[in-house]
Design a protein around this ligand. Structure first.
Ligand SMILES: Nc1ncnc2c1ncn2[C@@H]1O[C@H](COP(=O)(O)OP(=O)(O)O)[C@@H](O)[C@H]1O
Ligand SMILES: [Mg+2]
Length: 309
């Protein structure tokens, strides 16, 4: 499955209103978003740092000198595809919104920049589009005075490294749109302290250096190491077959779970969850009643597809 299939938030509540180049816009917190935080498994320290940074950036910046402590309010989550960045960015926004609400009762506005609607087209067009997103849409949101969290998903599409732009069909246009992103960020920072930008990237090497130098916090989201992979597989199994099965209480089940972990070493979290799906569809019985699934079925499905012995 290609990455873009997950781009649109599933089962999200209705957007509050629409602005140019903004894909979705929600008022947070929203209880239906909690899974996007709780069920994305990354090292605890990463989550702690991200939430704390967001809380600091949205509640403390207005009282401090930008010269003494320059905080732009820009965070970057980078890592391989399928490690949870997009989902976690949305969950993070919800978590930060909870902190803000507990502190002063205000709602937070969450908006996602629609990078796919920008770029391409005639020369100079993408620059104008980026300008409109920052100078108009984000500015309008920020002016309302509430905290605003802006997700720039797959930012490498927008802030393309200019020293690599010769590879592109239209290098001049790439230069201009990257410049427009930087100008847009700078102008928001000069005027507002209530906007937090969260960017994600699958290909951080192709992000422009001037953009990277503005980032306050970089978070490396890893392919899950074994202990985290175990938590992800168990969480998926729990959804399907319940706690007792997921925890592999029977001895032969526990052996099967370890074999599944051996066979799936190094794969990303999204594919890990799909290993359970692959096992469900291997037999008619589990396809029509997934609660029948056992770890031994998951191992057998991996053997059947040549990934485990
Ligand atoms: N770290 C993770 N822990 C648990 N599930 C994950 C994780 N990463 C990805 N997934 C699963 O894969 C789906 C897609 O992940 P996504 O956020 O699109 O990853 P990315 O943006 O890094 O490509 C998630 O909704 C979740 O089901
Ligand atoms: Mg993504």
């Amino acid at each position: 499955m290609s990455d873009s299939h997950d781009h649109h938030a599933p089962s999200a509540p209705d957007p509050t209103s629409g602005h140019y180049g903004i894909l979705v816009e929600y008022a947070l917190p929203d209880d239906s978003w909690i899974d996007r935080w709780d069920r994305i498994v990354v090292p605890d320290a990463l989550k702690r740092r991200m939430v704390n940074f967001g809380a600091f950036a949205l509640t403390q910046r207005s009282d401090r000198s930008q010269v003494a402590l320059p905080v732009h309010g820009l965070m970057l989550m980078q890592g391989p595809p399928g490690t949870g960045k997009t989902t976690l960015a949305r969950g993070l926004a919800d978590q930060i919104a909870r902190i803000v609400r507990d502190r002063d009762g205000r709602e937070t506005i969450f908006a996602e920049v629609d990078a796919h609607s920008i770029g391409s087209g005639v020369l100079g067009e993408s620059q104008r589009q980026v300008d409109r997103v920052f100078q108009r849409s984000i500015r309008l949101l920020a002016r309302q005075g509430r905290p605003v969290i802006v997700l720039i998903d797959e930012v490498e599409n927008l802030a393309v490294a200019r020293d690599r732009a010769s590879l592109q069909a239209n290098p001049t246009d790439v230069h201009r749109s990257t410049n427009a992103v930087l100008t847009g960020l700078d102008s928001i920072w000069n005027q507002f302290t209530n906007v937090l930008f969260v960017a994600t990237s699958n290909f951080p090497d192709s992000i422009d250096a001037a953009f990277l130098s503005r980032v306050d916090l970089i978070v490396d989201v890893p392919v899950p190491p074994r202990e985290l992979a175990r938590r992800i597989l168990v969480d998926t199994m729990r959804e399907v077959a319940g706690d007792a099965i997921a925890d592999a209480e029977a001895a032969d089940e526990s052996v099967a779970l370890e074999a599944v972990l051996d066979a799936t070493e190094g794969i990303d979290a999204r594919r890990l969850r799909k290993v359970i799906l692959a096992a469900i569809v291997e037999r008619r019985e589990t396809a029509i009643d997934p609660s029948q699934l056992r770890w031994q079925d998951v191992r057998a499905a991996l053997v059947a597809t040549g990934r485990a012995g």
